[in-house]
Design a protein around this ligand. Structure first.
Ligand SMILES: Nc1ncnc2c1ncn2[C@@H]1O[C@H](COP(=O)(O)OP(=O)(O)O)[C@@H](O)[C@H]1O
Ligand SMILES: [Mg+2]
Length: 432
């Protein structure tokens, strides 16, 4: 490809997911200059970071015009829910990520539940409420455990698994009366509790055409053995064999195909990542929720699993001419171990200097999340999930061994991480 064919890319976001997307862009023969907004301490070492309100379509469009950007990759859900891609597309700027109409699948759990029911896609039974009294009356009639969800965006904190009726009532009052999630709790979804093992299914979607990336598994709880408080994710790995060939067949037939067909039937031209959270239950895979962007930290293990250039895939999807048959995946397993700030997921320490290894072994990489680069060049902590160590191996055991050999070489005050990322799969593999 001639150098003048290269495109300048802008990535929106500042977490580990966006750093992984940046690394994919830096590896891509398609990409000329890549800029990020707002970025983080690690991204600042590799690309120009720009300050802009990424949730404002007008501000992003202005930045695109000023920098001569030809392609925008949207990392997080909030700009998508605000319709940033709509503004860019209307102005003739290509962007990867769904339009606002598609982003509702994540921005409103009430909407996505209604979508699932209308298209007869397997999911937990649920009822949606807009006022407290009927919600309380309903929940008292239901068996426990029961799941209470604020419908709107709540940065991964809006779901309560209530073990008894008192907890369910308290959750409803918090969301609908005290408004702990603001307007995100105006509507509440009360859902049947599903028993099973979860998996994250990341699809790169272009209308009814899709690529399913290797099924992955996230580790939400802060403590080993899945104990303690919920977090944004303390680690992940892919592939996971909880999605057996039979589960995968049913997933495609009963969930993915009807979802993409349903979107089309509803007049939604979906182009971008569709993250299907599933519960593998005794009666088959069922949808937990949809997200409209890559998971973080799942993205960090999935980008390296693509042999085909991810940027080429995203461009084809944005242009509406993607063919999944053209994609090649890389064999083996990938893991990420997240290093969190002191106090996380509660009140965190910030500003601690991070010591990084000067050299990394083959197949290991460090992805930054909550870090900041100071003018003197020092990199300090600035968020809950500070960094992640990503490692690839022929097996998960090999990948985990590589990652955990590097983790102790990263130092900052208060650092903590889980030592058991991938434990379910390692057990399945007979590796522990
Ligand atoms: N119906 C359900 N049954 C069992 N667990 C659930 C159910 N819904 C959600 N969960 C659990 O709660 C977590 C968060 O719920 P989710 O719907 O994914 O919302 P969010 O990611 O926006 O917080 C899920 O990853 C899952 O572990
Ligand atoms: Mg979720």
């Amino acid at each position: 490809m001639a150098p003048q064919d290269k495109i300048d890319v802008l990535i929106l976001g500042s977490g580990g997911r966006e750093h992984a997307l940046l690394k994919a862009c830096l590896r891509s023969p398609r990409v000329g200059k890549v800029r990020v907004a707002p970025g983080n301490g690690g991204m600042a070492l590799e690309a120009e970071c720009l300050e802009v309100d990424i949730n404002s379509g007008a501000a992003v469009l202005d930045l695109v015009r000023r920098t001569g950007t030809q392609f925008v990759i949207v990392g997080p859900e909030v700009p998508l829910a605000h319709g940033v891609v709509d503004v860019l597309e209307a102005a003739g700027v290509k962007a990867y990520g769904p339009l606002q109409a598609g982003a509702r699948l994540e921005a409103s759990k009430a909407f996505s539940k209604d979508f699932l029911f209308r298209h007869k896609i397997p999911t937990a039974a649920a009822e949606t409420f807009r006022s407290l009294e009927p919600a309380l009356a309903y929940v008292r009639q239901q068996p426990v455990p029961i799941v209470i969800k604020a419908s709107g965006l709540a940065a991964g904190k809006g779901v309560v698994i209530a073990m008894n009726h008192a907890e369910a009532e308290a959750a409803l009052r918090d969301m609908m009366e005290t408004k702990v999630f603001g307007s995100s709790g105006d509507e509440v979804v009360i859902e049947e509790f599903m028993q099973g093992e979860e998996a994250s299914i990341m699809l790169m979607v272009c209308g009814e055409e899709y690529l399913m990336l290797p099924p992955s598994q996230d580790h939400k709880r802060v403590g080993e053995g899945d104990t303690g408080l919920n977090t944004g994710g303390m680690g992940a790995y892919a592939p996971t064999t909880v999605v057996t060939p039979e589960v995968e067949r049913r997933l495609r037939e009963e969930i993915i195909v009807p979802t993409l067909r349903g979107l089309k039937a509803d007049g939604i031209d979906y182009r971008g990542t569709l993250y299907v959270g599933i519960m593998v239950t005794a009666i088959g895979p069922r949808v937990v929720e949809f997200n409209v962007r890559f998971g973080d930290p799942e993205c960090q293990v999935l980008m390296p699993s693509l042999e085909t250039d991810p940027v080429e895939i995203m461009e084809a999807i944005a242009a509406g001419n993607f063919r999944s048959a053209s994609v090649r995946l890389r064999p083996g397993s990938t893991i990420i171990v997240v290093l969190a700030a002191g106090g996380y997921p509660g009140d965190i320490r910030k500003g601690d200097v991070i010591t990084l290894p000067t050299q990394l072994p083959a197949g290991v990489d460090i992805v930054h999340g909550g870090t900041k680069r100071l003018p003197n060049g020092e990199v300090v902590t600035s968020g809950g999930r500070v960094l992640g160590v990503v490692a690839h191996g022929a097996t998960l055991a090999e990948a985990a061994k590589k990652a955990y050999a590097v983790v102790p070489q990263i130092r900052f005050t208060g650092c903590h991480y889980r030592r058991d990322i991938g434990y379910r799969q390692l057990r399945r593999d007979g590796a522990v």
